[in-house]
Every structure is written in C-alpha cells, then in structure tokens.
Unconditional design. Structure first.
Lengths: 144, 111
C-alpha cells in the first residue's frame, strides 16, 4: 500500500473546525473504524490550540492540516502551529488537579503514539505539529 | 459556518433539564455554558441530557466542569447530573479521568 496524502485548509476561525473534523472523520473511518473518533479528537484539539493561543498571528490566515496514511501509520502535520520558543510550554498537565484548562494537550498525548514539533518549511521561526498513530495489526480496512 | 448545536430547556419533576444536541466544540461550548448558567440561576437541580451530543472536545468537558463548580458554589444542596451520555462523550470523559467527578443517570433509571 503506498502513501495516501490528504490536505485541508480552512479559515483560521473556530467556526471552521467542524469542516476539518468532518473531512478527516470520513477519511479515517475507512482505515481505523471506530478508532477514527479519537484521532479526530486529537487533531481537533491541535487545531483548537492554535486558535486559542495564537489568535493575532492567524487573523485572516488559514489553518492547514496535511495527513499521510499508509499501511503502517497515519501522520498529521498541523502547519504553522506555534513559535519555536513556545514549544517547552506545551505539555500535558497533571489531571489530579480538577480544573477546566489544559485537557486538550493531555488528550493529544494519550491518543497519539508520537507527538513532535518540526520546523515549518514555509514560516521561519515557526514549527509544525506532527501527530502519528500506528495502524492496528492488519493495517486496518485498507491495508495489511 | 456555525457548529450545529441546539440547547432546549424544560422542567421535569423538580429539575431543570437541558437537552443538548449536536457538536460541543471550541465554537459552540460558550453557548452551552451560558445555558448551564441560566439553568443554575433558576434551580439547584440541573440535569444535562447529552444523548444528542455527537461530539465533544476538551472545551466541552471544561464547560461541564465549570457548570459543576457553579452548582457547588451556589448551593450546598445541589444536583448536577449528566443524563444518557453518548459513547463518544463518555470516552472523552474517561480520557479526562473525570468519570468519578460527575453523577450519571439514564432516562430509564439511575445510572
């Protein structure tokens, strides 16, 4: 099975997150079945984080997600995620303290097998967020 | 392009029921919180009927937590119940490690 590449760009506004979810829910369900729901959640949380914490940079800009799917994994790349110097501040928090904030990063790390930041090729000083999840044994419904 | 969300309120057996349906995300969660605040301004017995919630993210879970905190502050004798929680919502609550924080019930009886 060769790589399949998908890309979605939407205006960087909360009202358009639904479109990103709907697109990838459809695509991922073919490969991951019911597990697609959690993958969509992780992706949605990543996109929400951009809008929550970097609003000024994204006014009038686009939110772009690239996805690669093959027999071994699905990889999302959320482009232009944050400034490189902000990366150390992005980490899951201790859930023993019950408070509304900080859950999104926890979800991302719980759901995905790999979470890392890579330099964004088109935005100097910015990084993209890479999320990766291995496909179940047998490669899902399209692989194996 | 608004996230599809509907919140309907009714009274039932001494409780205020908020029936929430659609997707609770970053864009729509403030509306849910507002409905919860309004509900808790009327009564200390609030039930959130979540059977129609197709999707919830961390912002939606945050709203559920905030609602519980408002209920607790307002009255030492309060009821704040999540009713008929869908599998997706329950999965996200469990991912948050908050299952023990909330009270659940099903419309067929105590859950």
């Amino acid at each position: 099975m060769s790589d399949f590449e998908f890309a979605v760009s939407v205006p960087a506004e909360p009202s358009h997150l639904k479109a990103v979810r709907a697109f990838f829910q459809t695509v991922l369900r073919d490969y991951f079945g019911d597990e697609a729901d959690m993958l969509v959640l992780a992706l949605d949380e990543s996109c929400s984080n951009i809008l929550k914490h970097q609003p000024k940079q994204f006014v009038g800009d686009c939110l772009t997600v690239h996805a690669t799917i093959n027999a071994k994994f699905v990889r999302f790349q959320v482009r232009n995620f944050c400034w490189k110097e902000d990366v150390p501040n992005i980490r899951p928090r201790d859930l023993k303290c019950v408070r509304p904030g900080g859950l999104g990063t926890h979800f991302i790390h719980e759901i995905m097998d790999r979470v890392e930041f890579v330099p964004d090729p088109e935005s100097p000083g910015r990084v993209s967020l890479v999320l990766e999840k291995s496909l179940p044994a047998g490669g899902g419904r399209h692989g194996g | 392009m608004e996230a599809k969300l509907e919140v309907l309120a009714r009274d039932e057996n001494g409780s205020r029921i908020l029936s929430i349906s659609g997707e609770v995300d970053m864009e729509s969660s403030p509306r849910v919180l507002q409905a919860i605040r309004e509900g808790l301004s009327r009564t200390s017995n609030l039930k959130l009927d979540l059977r129609g919630v197709d999707y919830i993210d961390s912002s939606g879970i945050a709203v559920l937590i905030q609602g519980l905190k408002i209920a607790r502050r307002g009255n030492s004798e309060y009821s704040y119940v999540l009713r008929d929680v869908s599998p997706q919502v329950l999965s996200v609550i469990e991912l948050s490690q908050l299952r023990d924080l909330f009270e659940f019930e099903t419309s067929e009886g105590e859950g």
